[in-house]
Design a protein around this ligand. Structure first.
Ligand SMILES: Nc1ncnc2c1ncn2[C@@H]1O[C@H](COP(=O)(O)OP(=O)(O)OP(=O)(O)O)[C@@H](O)[C@H]1O
Length: 500
């Protein structure tokens, strides 16, 4: 069994260097974590390895043999598979789960294959990754977590020797993450080498044997994970010390701001009532599949529902997102790349779109004002972009996310709904997002914060509701809530029982 080694890899995009002489290697049977802040160059490095991007300089070797990887097929032939961050673009939504899982066999395998056998292969691969899905189901109707598992099942098909996982747990809950870790351990026992990218340092500590830290496209260090403490990792990633904010202190809330009463969400079949107060951050915790995204979309008028919002005492029937925005409600969606940004438009237009009326009161757009406005947001959010005119597609995943959040910050909204706002963003940016949410609350806006990252709610929310099967099953004030209580409620009591 031989190691996969990258030596002196350099890469520039449009004369903008993003990787500088990077050395990186992964041994068979090890989990090697690759960490760094948004835009550090992690995805670029692994995409070079998987043949999605061409390196400018350097070499890739398998043992003593030089590899010439010019396409994903070249990488596959060498047993290198990747599960990319952009889950949606990697799947074909109009095909079934079985077709997506076995797509490589379909495209590159024998011209005749049995449909029955293909479905069986898909079932076996899916059960290997710990998920039981109807294989005839269309991928378009799968949740983000299911799509992630489909991609992992596809990646482990065939003779995989090295598997690259680029933020695999971003759409997964704690429970699903634990299942994924079991899969990873089974693979490493078989001798598969794993390159693991994540912003969640707890995961890195749990699952990886070694880690490499990238900063501004350069390797800062490669070490055994057990020899590095969290604080040291963060310092190396950021290049400075970092002090996380403590839990939200108890604060006095304003008047009732936004209210739903007997609001029926068609997709979950549940009926909800909720009042959000001025300046309040209401956290809604739920595992993947608990109905959070479906509820968030219905509350924003994007999905069918019966019921109205009462905002500042006025009733608003909201049949579509446009009416929601007019009523002062905005949603920062979970699937940001698909729904939250216009990827082929520049950063400036993405950031100014919701504020366009404010920026063009006389009906024509003042470009100077527009750019200044965008530059202000770029600075406040620390968006890493060479210029405001750079297209969003060319930003790193985390920076795309910041654009999707940033565009709502200076709008005249009353209620801001966040669906998994910190997914895929680094620890420094997460802190920036918390500060921005607190700033919105200080301005008197109401916040609804849906997440499967329960610990975040203990830091940011004033009140925490737990959602299961689309229903609110428990509610606590921040100071009464604990991780155990939240997990117990979210798993229908399972977590507490199994933990005993
Ligand atoms: N196709 C592209 N064209 C131009 N620039 C790009 C392209 N892809 C990536 N970049 C730039 O390369 C840099 C590194 O991006 P990369 O996606 O590798 O970072 P990352 O460490 O994976 O970040 P994240 O944690 O946000 O996913 C970023 O500044 C990004 O804007």
């Amino acid at each position: 069994m031989t190691a996969l080694t990258l030596k002196q890899i350099s890469k520039s995009f449009h004369n903008h260097p993003v990787l500088h002489q990077v050395d990186f290697s992964v041994q068979p049977g090890e989990v090697h974590a690759l960490i760094g802040v948004n835009g550090a160059g992690k995805s670029t490095l692994v995409k070079i390895l998987s043949g999605d991007i061409q390196k400018d300089h350097g070499s890739i070797r398998l043992g003593e043999r030089d590899l010439d990887i010019r396409s994903p097929m070249d990488a596959k032939r060498e047993g290198i598979s990747i599960v990319v961050q952009e889950v949606d673009t990697a799947l074909i939504p109009t095909l079934s789960v079985a077709e997506n899982v076995t797509i490589d066999e379909c495209l590159h395998g024998p011209s005749f294959f049995s449909w029955k056998k293909r479905k069986q292969t898909a079932r076996t691969l899916l059960s290997e990754v710990g998920i039981h899905l109807a294989v005839d189901k269309l991928v378009s109707s799968c949740t983000l977590a299911e799509k992630q598992m489909i991609l992992i099942a596809r990646a482990i098909a065939g003779q995989v020797k090295f598997l690259i996982l680029d933020e695999p747990t971003a759409p997964l809950s704690e429970v699903e993450t634990a299942t994924l870790f079991q899969v990873i351990r089974r693979l490493t026992d078989r001798g598969v080498g794993i390159v693991y990218i994540s912003h969640r340092l707890n995961e890195i500590k749990t699952i990886s044997d070694r880690l490499t830290i990238l900063r501004d496209g350069k390797v800062i260090t490669t070490q055994n994970t057990s020899e590095m403490e969290h604080e040291e990792m963060i310092r190396a990633m950021l290049g400075k010390t970092f002090s996380p904010s403590s839990a939200t202190p108890h604060k006095k809330l304003g008047k009732p701001l936004a209210e739903i009463n007997q609001f029926h969400v068609h997709s979950t079949g549940q009926t909800l009532s909720l009042t959000v107060y001025e300046g309040e951050i209401v956290g809604i915790a739920g595992l993947v599949g608990a109905g959070k995204t479906e509820t968030a979309r219905a509350l924003f008028g994007a999905d069918p529902h019966d019921g109205t919002w009462t905002i500042k005492g006025t009733s608003h029937p909201i049949q579509n997102p446009q009416q929601a925005i007019r009523a002062g409600i905005c949603l920062i969606p979970e699937e940001r790349r698909k729904e939250g940004v216009l990827v082929d438009f520049p950063v400036v237009q993405n950031l100014t779109l919701p504020s366009i009326r404010k920026l063009s009161p006389k009906g024509w757009i003042n470009r100077r004002k527009e750019i200044l406005f965008a530059e202000g947001l770029i600075e406040r959010l620390g968006i890493k972009t060479p210029s405001p005119f750079h297209s969003v597609r060319r930003l790193s995943g985390g920076n795309q996310q910041k654009v999707s959040i940033g565009k709502w910050l200076d709008t005249h909204s009353h209620l801001v709904i966040f669906d998994e706002p910190t997914k895929g963003i680094d620890i420094g940016a997460k802190e920036d997002v918390f500060q921005l949410i607190r700033e919105l609350a200080r301005q008197g806006k109401g916040i609804i914060y849906f997440t499967s990252e329960f610990s975040e709610l203990l830091t940011i929310a004033d009140r925490i509701l737990v959602m299961d099967h689309g229903q609110f099953v428990s509610e606590w004030k921040n100071e009464e809530a604990t991780m155990e209580k939240l997990m117990h409620a979210a798993t229908g009591g399972y977590y507490g029982t199994s933990a005993q």
